[in-house]
Each structure stands twice: as C-alpha cells, then as structure tokens.
Design a protein around this ligand. Sequence first.
Ligand code: NAD
Ligand code: UDP
Length: 338
Amino acid sequence: MKVLVTGGVGYIGSHTCVQMIEAGMTPVILDNLYNSKETVLDRVEKLTGVRPVFYKGDIRDRAFLDQVFAEQDIGSVIHFAGLKAVGESVEQPLKYYDNNVNGTLVLVEAMLAADVNSLIFSSSATVYGDPASVPIREDFPTSATNPYGRSKLMVEEILTDIHKAHPEMSITILRYFNPVGSHKSGELGEDPQGIPNNLMPFISQVAVGRREYLSVFGNDYPTVDGTGVRDYIHVVDLANGHLAALNHRGKTAGLHIYNLGTGNGYSVLQMVKAFSKASGVNIEYKIAPRRPGDIAECWADPAKAKSELQWQASHTLDDMTADTWRWQSQNPTGYPSK
Ligand code: NAD
Ligand code: UDP
C-alpha cells in the first residue's frame, strides 16, 4: 500500500517517511517546498536506501492532486502540510486559513473523488487552549487563542462533519505536544527558516553560536521554577505514532482522536540545563517578559494512544537533547540548498 504524505519534506514528515520505509511501507511525498528543502530527500535516501517518489506541488491545487491520485495507488493519506508559525498567523490570518483550512478541504475533496478513505491529520495540543488542569485528556474542552490554533480546530471540526457524512472513512486526528529531537544519525532534523519560534531550535542555535542568548519568556508562572512547562516528545516517537495510527486504521473506520505526548512536563530552565549537559556548552539566557498567549503548563495524558494504538513514547530527555545536538553540530546552518 502506498501512503500519500503531504508535507513529507518537512521536519515531522521526513522523520515519518524514514520510519515508514524501515517498516516496509511506501510513502509518496507531496510538498510545495515552502518551508523545506529538496535535499532532505537525499538524506532520506542515504538513511534508508530508498528515494521516495516526490511530487512538488500544492495541496490547494485540485488538478495536481487528481493527477497524483490517478498515477499512484494511494491507500491512505498522512496530512502534515501546513503553516505553523503562531506569530505570523496573527499578522496574516488569511494566509493560514487558506493554506491550512482551504488546503485540507481541497485535499479531502480529491481523496473522496479518488475513493481514498483513510486520513491521518496533524493537529496540535494548542487546541486545548489554556487547560483547566493537567495532564490533558482528549475529551477536555477545546478552544483557540490565535489563527494558527483556530485553523487546526476548524479542520478538526470540519473532519468531524465529513466523517458523519462519510462514515466509511477512517479519520485519525493526532494532537502533537512539543516535537523536538532529530534522527539519531544526525542526518535529519529541524531546520527553521529565520529566527526560531520554538524553544529547542532556539537553544540549539545558541549552543552552536548562531544566536547570542536565549530569552526565557517569563519566570513568574506557578510552576516548578517559574518558567513554562511543556511535554517535549522526540520526533521519532511522534513519527512512530503515525505508523501505529496507520496500522490501527486498517481495522476500524471511524473518527479517532489521540494525544501524542510523553506524559512528562519539563520547564524551560530544565530544558536549558539538559541541553547544556548534552552539548557541553553553557547556554546563555536572560529572563524576558512573558510571551503573549503562552500558558503556564501543558502536558498530555497519553493513555488512550497506549491502550488503543499500543503506542507510547520511549525516548528520554537525554535522547532528545543529545540527538538535537548531533543534528545541529553536524549541520550548523541546516540542510544544504543544493
Ligand atoms: P514543517 O514546516 O517542517 O513541514 C510542513 C511541510 O509542509 C513543509 O515541508 C512545507 O513546505 C509543506 N507545505 C506547507 N504548505 C503546503 C501546501 N499548501 N502544499 C504543499 N506543501 C505544503 O512543519 P512540521 O513541524 O513538520 O509540522 C508538520 C505538521 O504538524 C503541520 O501541520 C504543523 O502544523 C503540525 N504541528 C507541528 C508542531 C511542531 O511544533 N512542529 C506541533 C503541532 C502540530
Ligand atoms: N520559550 C522561551 N523562549 C523562546 C521560545 C520559547 O522561553 O525563545 C518558552 C515558551 O514560553 C514556552 C516553552 O518555551 O514556555 C515552549 O515554547 P514553544 O514555542 O517551543 O512551544 P509552545 O509554546 O507552542 O508550547
């Protein structure tokens, strides 16, 4: 069975393709390279010995999608393609609704036309808004505080309606907590364009000398040391969660929602300390004001994915920091352009 992987050249998608190939699956990648470089495919080939079929194009281009479905015998779609910068989404909401919401509509229309009824969608813990308590279960109330989060929530709601109208479909919504880390080879990793928004790539760019210091956004939260607490999950564990969802969907049509997290929370300062230990570099940091929209703490109850998908995260915090450092130190400026 071939699996169409939209956004498969990106950070999470590329790691998922490697895990899929190693498990004997055949990913077909579709990506417009808006936030990624084609040289990622050289690395996937180097690691697996297989160069996945790659279609360069946009999920909003219906004729292009029809061509891909006509040429390839696709059984399932894993839909990673999307924009993910929260700050940019506040400044340019239309761009986010067009890419993330409209793009998914066009994709699902093309799937229905091609009789492909299995979809795995990349959602985010951001749909829980500011949770009343932690750990967070899948049945907690949802809300959004910015257009990025709202685009994820809208897609979740649209997919729920689509499933009601097409109950033969298998739709799996995966709510990721905080993906970090890299393939253990150091060949694949996170390569943000411009100034990183997220904590881990920022810390690793400080460690490698690309940035002077980390701004710690707030040290007056009601947490272990005053800094924000998150559930960091190794990207290879996350990738394996998609394989578990793919295997499960073979058995059941339905609408399924799972948290993909570890169930552990770490503070910003705990992450800084762990990264300093892994890299042997002292990470300079300064306390800065809180970042608007941030919450104090957020971590998953991953029990549902464990019992239904037989999936759980296995990488430790030391794995996450060591693997990130291997990627960053071997590729200080990210992937090559050519
Ligand atoms: P990424 O930017 O590395 O990968 C996304 C890929 O999609 C990129 O290669 C980009 O070029 C491609 N793309 C974007 N719009 C497209 C379009 N219209 N047509 C075709 N390709 C398009 O991001 P990632 O970190 O790998 O995230 C993957 C998915 O997971 C996204 O939907 C993101 O919102 C979601 N997610 C990410 C995080 C995170 O922290 N990384 C957390 C929760 C959810
Ligand atoms: N953070 C920080 N400095 C940065 C980036 C992030 O202190 O340069 C903090 C942020 O306030 C939050 C945590 O690190 O408490 C994780 O932030 P990230 O943006 O990686 O993920 P998210 O906020 O989406 O959970």
